[in-house]
Design a protein around this ligand. Structure first.
Ligand code: MG
Length: 241
């Protein structure tokens, strides 16, 4: 089974094609038991984006109306297929972001079709959400990949139905006179395991293409992806840094 693509461009400064299925798979690390525990309360100065009660901090990307995902009443919300991505009404620059997500317990689909969603920084830069527990796909699209650019250092997936924890440190790119003078940088912990450390991004997320920077605003929303899979989210908060 082909896991990815060989007919895509080579990623700059790498030896691999975009979404190259031949690229080595990230090593598997079994995380601790945080994924089986109840959510930990946010720090006192956090801006809570979703605490289980409502999606008032969010809007639909399609049309800008209320976020149409399902608030389940158990502290979670769930992607409603076809309603599109949702994003925060407020925009942010550099942040510490905490997101918890869970892929369906009943496994459906494989590769990119199993528990696919995404966390986008500034609405443009995707940290992949995907159920890659015993589910290989092209490494730059696996769980916690900087999609299309950098696979995670390791695969720290928990089991379907358990709660994945993402802790993301984000520094947006800087632009001057129409060009990028400092790329975006990201550090990501997946279930408490470092999967990107001060990684310099190549530009906003692309599919099957290399990325490059075009000047954009110094702030942007946090966006969550509707990729037609009923992924659930809970306990989303950030701190501006
Ligand atoms: Mg995705």
């Amino acid at each position: 089974m082909a896991l990815g693509y060989q007919d895509t461009p080579i990623i700059p400064d790498q030896q691999w094609h975009v979404h190259d299925g031949e690229r080595p798979q990230p090593r598997i690390v079994v995380p601790g038991n945080a994924s089986q525990l109840p959510p930990v309360a946010p720090p006192s100065d956090a801006l809570v984006l979703f605490d289980g009660k409502n999606l008032d901090a969010w809007e639909s990307v399609k049309g800008g109306g209320p976020a149409a995902w399902k608030v389940a009443g158990d502290g979670t919300c769930e992607v409603v297929k076809g309603t599109g991505n949702i994003r925060t009404k407020k925009h942010f620059g550099d942040i510490q972001l905490h997101v918890e997500w869970s892929a369906p317990t009943v496994i459906e689909g494989d590769g990119q079709g199993r528990g696919n969603s995404g966390v986008f920084l500034m609405g443009l830069y995707e940290v992949q959400v995907l159920d890659c527990y015993q589910n290989p796909t092209y490494p730059d699209g696996t769980t916690a990949a900087v999609y299309g650019q950098f696979p995670p250092l390791v695969n720290a997936c928990c089991k379907p139905g358990e709660w994945h924890l993402y802790d993301i440190l984000w520094q947006g790119p800087k632009f001057h006179a129409g060009s990028c003078v400092a790329p975006a940088r990201i550090t990501v912990l997946h279930n408490g395991v470092v999967v990107h450390h001060a990684r310099e991004l190549q530009g906003p997320t692309q599919h099957k293409r290399t990325a490059c920077y075009e000047p954009h605003a110094p702030v942007g929303p946090v966006m969550l992806q509707d990729h037609n899979n009923p992924v659930r989210f809970r306990n989303i908060w950030l701190r501006e840094i």
